[in-house]
Design a protein around this ligand. Structure first.
Ligand SMILES: [Zn+2]
Length: 249
């Protein structure tokens, strides 16, 4: 048992008892960890109200092997990220990233995924109002790719052959990518992806923010794809929230 101080992003914070909070933290070296912040809900808490979702800091706790819940002993603030809460789409985008991390939670070290989430939150905060939706889409697809289940867009998921950049292809959600013309596909859930849509999706999956004239179809595609790759994705609250928030902007 060792007292460890880890880089941490708060993915989720919920009340526990009258006075405490439970936090789900994303760390580079120990994946997702749960900690109890005793006294965090007290008016004069030493945490001073900083233990909110997306806050970035250093969390100190006793890291015990095979322990479900650790006890937080300190949290040093690095970035509060309150700006994310002032805009529905930014908040929805950040919540979606957090929800994906929680649904795929593991305690394995994943420093690249941690950096990805941290820079994604920074970019969501900084994006201009015109690019915030495309940024949320790009960061989500890029995170999915970093987690290892990004869509295969340049090789057929069936035979592994390279597919040409030109022309439309069938994207199979469950198989997680496109089918070449020879393999066809199309039996399961999926959709025909026109050439420009595939180019956009390729860019978004690389985290590149592209100009998207119509975002509705992109959110739908993301939602259907996630439904096949995340446990219980039908209840992704942040995605529903985001879809509604776009109209409210
Ligand atoms: Zn093929």
């Amino acid at each position: 048992m060792a007292l460890a101080t880890l880089d941490a992003i708060i993915l989720q914070a919920f009340p526990y008892s009258e006075t405490s909070k439970i936090l789900r933290l994303l760390t580079p070296g120990h994946g997702v960890q749960s900690v109890m912040a005793k006294g965090a809900r007290r008016l004069r808490s030493r945490y001073g109200g900083i233990l909110e979702p997306f806050t970035d800091g250093f969390a100190t706790f006793y890291l015990r092997q095979n322990r479900e819940l650790h006890t937080l002993s300190d949290f040093e603030l690095v970035r509060p990220r309150q700006a994310l809460g002032r805009d529905l789409v930014r908040f929805g985008g950040a919540s979606l990233l957090a929800e994906i991390m929680l649904r795929t939670a593991s305690e394995e070290a994943a420093p690249e995924v941690f950096s990805r989430v941290r820079s994604a939150l920074d970019r969501l905060e900084a994006a201009s109002p015109e690019t915030v939706e495309a940024t949320a889409l790009a960061e989500t697809w890029a995170l999915i790719t970093a987690l290892g289940f990004g869509p295969s867009l340049d090789r057929c998921v069936e035979c592994g052959e390279a597919v040409p950049d030109e022309g439309e292809l069938f994207l199979d959600y469950a198989a997680g990518g496109v089918f070449c013309k020879a393999c066809q596909g199309g039996g399961g859930g999926g959709r025909v992806l026109p050439e420009p849509a595939r180019a956009d999706l390729r860019a978004l999956s690389a985290g590149v923010v592209v100009e998207l004239p119509r975002t509705g179809a992109h959110w739908q595609l993301l939602s259907r794809f996630l439904a096949f790759h995340l446990v219980d994705a039908a209840s992704l609250r942040s995605l529903d929230f985001l879809y509604g928030a776009r109209g409210a902007q």
